[in-house]
Design a binder for this molecule. Structure first.
Ligand code: SF4
Length: 507
């Protein structure tokens, strides 16, 4: 297929900046840093042991930094950082869930002691979400372990579920961790969020440094509140042009991963800018950042702006300080896209970089459609699917499974009117189109899960899915075939029983 990416020459490293240390930060950080420098200077004058004069230029040459470098710089209490440096980073939020939480807790107790206390009960967020609605005893036991630990440690943010028969009877229960983190105000610009899940990078949509870590690292963070991290270099993705009304952010990230491959951003930060990115909603920015790990990315970031601040208005009362890349920051490579020329895409089995135009796959017969997950199970994802069903006025030709990411999303499906529908909700439109009733919010079959997981692929089926991975066995059966797609393309495919370009119904 034609490619619209243009690789620009790598920006030069090592260019000296005229900026002083304070100008690297936002005004309140400037004030903070400047106060600290002044205080250090007084101590130096007063101390006879520090009277030896050092060259006046030492420490005065500063380099411009990217957003990611600045966030890590502040979190490590350093005025300057270089990609490749290893630094101790203070963590703002640690998230774990039912799959990795028990292992993390075990490591924390082994290394810090049976009676140890976590470093900060208000900075740890524990979210059961993966294997919830199952009769699998080991899966249920994992949630019990989380509950016992949260009671013992008085963890403030534990989104518990006890009644598996009716998720609505659990007011604390949220659903998929990455969307719950955003909806509950734990994603804040300029901060550092670590989670025991590879899609923790989702929170980069808020201009936060967010990345997945293993249980051993998480166990250490639980006790110490910090972690040794290597500063990643940054790739920059400049997305400009008017977004056609048949595209969604899922198409953009599939385009990018197809362009750079599943290893194209290994241990690199991916920064997204440009007029198209600025026009995206927070949920769409999440879709973009959610999948950076599918290109090997350490993290993804979108600069915080008025859209970010608006989203956060009713979600957090905590202060946060966004940071932005300096104009002359060092990016190892720029990729530029004219979004107005892109077409709906899929990632064919069995890799997220196996990119193809949806219309090129129109002969691929499918058995089912799955709309859900942290990538494609948000309110706007379902509104997009409903728009296609509404425009077609037809019924689906294959089983179509709907798994809202969170309890809030589930409520939106039953309460929000779909634009242009005369007041119908998503749930009404889905019912009229013959879809399955929206399931209880959780990760569902995105990760396969225990055999009794709703919509799990227990047989070798062909599925169009709004999830983020299509490796063999990902949704259950190792011979299953998964086509990753946007909610528009997934809904259009459900209506025909073949992989389908959504323009067939949207125009
Ligand atoms: S929805 Fe899927 S990708 Fe997202 S956290 Fe759950 S299992 Fe992982």
């Amino acid at each position: 297929m034609a490619s619209y990416a243009m690789t620009l020459s790598p920006a030069h490293f090592g260019g000296k900046s005229e900026l002083g240390a304070c100008s690297l930060f936002s005004p309140s950080i400037i004030a903070h840093k400047c106060r600290r420098q002044a205080s250090n200077k007084i101590r130096a004058v007063m101390s006879p042991t520090q009277s030896q004069r050092t060259p006046s230029t030492t420490g005065s040459v500063k380099h411009a930094m990217t957003m990611t470098e600045k966030i890590l710089s502040r979190a490590s209490e350093r005025s300057q950082l270089e990609p490749g440096e290893n630094v101790w980073v203070n963590i703002d939020v640690l998230m774990t869930h039912d799959v990795c939480g028990p292992g993390t807790i075990g490591i924390f107790k082994r290394e810090f002691g049976e009676n140890a206390k976590v470093w900060d009960r208000e900075k740890i967020v524990i979210i059961p979400d993966h294997y919830i609605f199952t009769s699998d005893e080991r899966a249920n036991r994992n949630v019990d372990i989380l509950r016992d630990f949260c009671m013992e440690q008085n963890i403030k943010y534990f989104y518990d579920i006890k009644d598996l028969g009716n998720f609505k009877a659990n007011p604390d229960y949220k659903g998929v961790c990455h969307i719950a983190l955003a909806q509950e105000g734990h994603c804040r610009p300029g901060e550092v969020l670590l989670g025991t899940d590879s899609h923790t990078c989702n929170a980069g949509a808020f201009g936060q440094f967010a990345t997945g870590i293993g249980n051993t690292d998480a166990g250490f963070v639980m006790g110490a509140g910090k972690l040794l991290l290597k500063v990643p270099p940054t790739l920059r993705f400049i997305l400009d042009g008017e977004m056609p009304d048949y595209l969604l952010a899922k198409d953009l990230i599939l385009q990018i991963i197809g362009e750079i491959s599943v290893s194209g951003a290994t241990y690199k930060s991916m920064e997204f800018i440009g007029s198209t990115v600025e026009s995206l909603s927070m949920e769409e920015r999440m879709t973009l950042c959610n999948m950076v790990v599918e290109a090997g990315g350490k993290n993804g970031v979108v600069p915080a702006d008025k859209t970010t601040f608006k989203y956060l208005e009713d979600k957090t009362t905590m202060d946060f300080e966004p940071v932005y890349s300096d104009g002359n920051a060092r990016f190892i490579q720029d990729y530029k896209f004219d979004v107005s020329k892109l077409e709906p895409l899929v990632a064919k089995p069995h890799s997220p970089d196996n990119r193809a135009l949806a219309r090129e796959c129109k002969d691929v017969k499918i058995d089912r459609v799955y709309i859900g997950s942290c990538t494609g199970g948000k309110t706007e994802d379902f509104l997009a699917a409903a728009k296609v069903f509404l425009a077609s006025g037809k019924k689906v030709k294959v089983p179509t499974f709907l798994v809202p990411a969170t309890q809030k999303v589930w409520m939106d499906l039953y309460g929000l009117p779909v634009p242009g529908s005369g007041g119908k909700t998503c749930s009404q439109i889905f019912e009229e189109a013959g879809c399955d009733t929206p399931a209880s919010p959780n990760c569902g079959a995105c990760l396969g899960g225990p055999r009794d997981t709703y919509a799990r692929m227990n047989e070798p089926k062909v599925c169009v899915s709004t999830t983020n991975r299509n490796f063999p066995g990902r949704m259950g059966h190792k011979e299953g075939q998964i086509y990753l797609a946007s909610p528009y393309t997934a809904a259009a495919s459900a209506l025909t029983g073949f992989v389908t370009d959504p323009r067939e119904f949207l125009h």
